[in-house]
Design a protein. Structure first.
Length: 455
């Protein structure tokens, strides 16, 4: 049921942003904790098991890019129709998005199942690791339906202004996952000893239960979005509308992933220690960027609902305030990382050479954290307004047109430091470009989609 606390078109903007951002941030930390615990259990099976899960995870992240696009298209349309007080349209979008997810995930699972071994081979996995990775990857691919549904259900709730419910359900599913891990991996208390694939089953079962809870809330009418009375036959026009919005977000994620792969290949030219330092700093970057991601994911539905309500001024204020709050938080954290980088790099390494290299790169990152989160928040604000193409284009220009070229040239001229300079400059350029585009205000006149509800 819809309540005033989920209405993002009125009331205090800071309170609304924090009400969305804090549960999102907690969810991200919990997901990180779950991943760490999962790897601890898998690690007890040996290094081969760790490699199998890690490499499979990289392949699964590529698959999740499609789910990310669908969820973005969903959150845009749901939030805009909620803001416009068009409940039926928002519910139709939610239902159609869930059906689209099922079809896409099943298609990927069916196609990916026989290609699992080839995919691991393509990633350069040692022959003895492939038998460990294939069953794990196949279970995760076949269980992709619940992974897709979980992401989109979260987007539906957030688009409607409710970030707390997905967080609570994530806690529940993560606890189930952590409990099942030792049972299914090691076969304790009479459970089957499944080894590496047991981790996959634990993940799929935990996520499945979370999806069941969220679907129950939707179909029983206990959530902001109710699916009790919507028709459940496919509407390909709505599928196309969701995909048209989401495809550019998927491409943007692919561009980011591709640029990082290329950067690490260039770093690898300088040896193992720089690669280790790069990986450590990227891990620290990921932790800090959780704050930026939390505010950017809060800003998208804020902008979307206010666009739907034709409150353009409030949408713009939400984006500006989200940027300021995110930048303030990461700048505060960045001061510590810039001042004592050896302390943080030392969490992950004890080799003096790795720590020394990491200290330098972490300072470059810390100096540009604010630029990164502002770009992230304003990019999601544009998404909320229905503009997904511009952030994708700017990401491509900054990461490849500026970043990659600078990294290649400067690494030849001044060595490893040139790589750090190139990455830092690309972060600043991306922020400036997306800030300029947002300030121009074209998004205020973005053509809105018109959805005909299914009767």
């Amino acid at each position: 049921m819809r309540t005033s606390k989920h209405d993002l078109t009125r009331g205090s903007i800071p309170k609304a942003l924090l009400r969305l951002a804090i549960p999102t941030f907690v969810s991200q930390l919990l997901q990180d904790l779950f991943n760490i615990v999962d790897m601890i259990f898998v690690g007890r099976l040996g290094p081969g098991a760790l490699v199998a899960v890690a490499v499979s995870g990289n392949l699964l992240r590529l698959v999740s890019i499609l789910a990310h696009g669908i969820s973005t298209g969903t959150i845009i349309l749901v939030s805009q129709f909620i803001g416009a007080r068009k409940r039926r349209e928002s519910e139709d979008i939610a239902m159609q998005s869930l059906m689209l997810n099922v079809v896409c995930a099943l298609g990927i699972g069916v196609l990916g199942y026989p290609l699992a071994e080839f995919g691991l081979w393509l990633m350069g996995v040692e022959p003895e690791v492939i038998p460990l990775g294939v069953p794990y990857l196949r279970v995760m691919l076949l269980g992709g339906v619940v992974m897709f549904l979980s992401r989109t259900l979260t987007a539906i709730f957030r688009g409607a202004g409710d970030a707390m419910t997905p967080m609570v359900v994530l806690i529940f599913s993560s606890v189930v996952n952590i409990v099942l891990d030792p049972l299914l991996i090691f076969g304790i208390w009479g459970s089957p000893r499944l080894g590496v694939v047991g981790s996959a089953y634990a993940t799929v079962i935990g996520r499945s239960l979370g999806v069941v809870v969220l679907l129950y809330l939707c179909f029983r009418g206990y959530s902001v979005i109710s699916l009790r009375h919507v028709q459940r036959r496919p509407n390909f026009s709505l599928w196309g509308q969701i995909m048209r919005l989401g495809i550019f977000t998927s491409m943007q994620a692919l561009l980011r992933h591709g640029s990082r792969v290329l950067f690490i290949r260039i770093v690898a030219v300088f040896g193992t220690n720089p690669v280790a330092a790069y990986a450590i700093c990227m891990r620290l970057r990921s932790l800090v960027m959780h704050f930026g991601t939390a505010f950017s994911n809060a800003t998208a539905p804020m902008v979307g609902q206010n666009i739907g309500a034709n409150r353009i001024d409030r949408a713009e204020k939400s984006a500006h305030l989200g940027s300021v709050l995110a930048a303030a938080v990461v700048t505060f954290i960045g001061i510590f990382l810039f001042t004592i980088p050896q302390f943080f790099v030392g969490w992950f390494a004890n080799d003096p050479a790795v720590i020394e290299i990491g200290n330098v790169y972490l300072r470059y990152l810390a100096a540009t954290f604010a630029f990164m989160v502002v770009a992230s928040v304003l990019g999601r604000a544009l998404n909320g307004a229905g503009d997904t193409k511009s952030p994708m284009t700017i990401t491509g220009l900054s990461q490849f047109g500026v970043g990659l070229i600078l990294v290649v040239l400067l690494s030849q001229l001044i060595g490893l430091t040139g790589i750090w300079w190139g990455i830092a400059v690309s972060n600043v350029v991306q922020c400036l470009l997306i800030g300029y585009w947002f300030t121009r205000g074209n998004w205020k006149n973005q053509k809105r989609g018109v959805v005909s509800p299914i009767r």
